[in-house]
Design a protein around this ligand. Structure first.
Ligand SMILES: Cc1cc2nc3c(=O)[nH]c(=O)nc-3n(C[C@H](O)[C@H](O)[C@H](O)COP(=O)(O)O)c2cc1C
Length: 215
């Protein structure tokens, strides 16, 4: 049974605009794709490997063609497990708030774990970098207090959407869909509710888009 993995990166539960929009997407997606099951990875409550000195040593060892040893080997094993779990999905949805123009630290920590040589990307001097997580869609559901989308004048401050698209693109994702929920604060509660309703409408359409998941 194929799996859609939901990476939940707002700690605000049902208060969160990105969580609510992503969960509306998931419900529609599962209704439209009865063969799929969903799994949620709540990045604020899940245990994910800490990327500290041993993991860093392991990464540099692997990049120079050596096998990690000792503590580095243990750290690398935990990273391999997290990556195997990540790669076990056939489709992905991410809910993420904008925090200080970027992404919450827990989502960054997760990306630091899953972006690894030989596992999610490869490198050769001849061909450069190649992403290894291919052939699956990812839907980014991004909430912001202000407005940074196309035509708002705030585009240059947005280090959330471009960063996520670049990072997942680097890992091999080509089908990256982005739905914004904005502004959730700057223009008051009515504008926030309208932004959420608009995003949910877009996401419900996307959930049944035949180009998102090929039968
Ligand atoms: C730590 C923190 C930093 C934030 N930084 C920004 C920011 O840089 N720009 C912005 O427009 N909103 C910022 N906000 C507001 C959130 O982006 C906004 O409340 C959004 O709806 C959060 O997503 P969520 O509702 O899914 O949790 C910040 C909120 C917090 C808690």
């Amino acid at each position: 049974m194929p799996k859609i993995l939901y990476l939940k990166a707002s700690p605000r539960g049902n208060e969160s605009f990105s969580n609510r929009a992503a969960e509306a997407f998931l419900a529609s997606f599962l209704a439209a794709h009865a063969d799929y099951q969903a799994e949620t990875l709540d990045l604020f409550t899940a245990t994910i490997p800490e990327f500290r000195a041993p993991a860093s040593q392991a990464k540099y060892a692997v990049m120079s063609g050596k096998a990690p040893t000792g503590e580095a080997e243990q750290a690398w094993k935990a990273i391999i497990d997290a990556i195997n779990h990540f790669k076990s999905a056939a489709a992905y949805v991410v809910s993420a708030p904008m925090w200080n123009f970027g992404i919450p630290h827990r989502l960054k920590a997760y990306i630091d774990v899953i972006a690894q040589p030989g596992l999610t990307f490869s490198y050769s001097p001849q061909t450069g970098y190649t992403g290894l997580v291919t052939g699956r869609p990812i839907v980014l559901v991004l909430a912001r207090g202000g407005a940074y989308g196309s035509g708002t004048g705030g585009e240059a401050y947005d280090h959330q959407a471009p960063y996520l698209r670049t990072s997942f693109g680097f890992l091999g994702f080509k089908d990256i869909r982005t739905v914004l929920v904005e502004p959730t604060l700057a223009a008051g509660p009515q504008a926030a509710d309208a932004a959420l309703a608009k995003a949910i409408g877009e996401l419900r359409t996307l959930a049944t888009d035949p180009t998102l998941v090929k039968a």
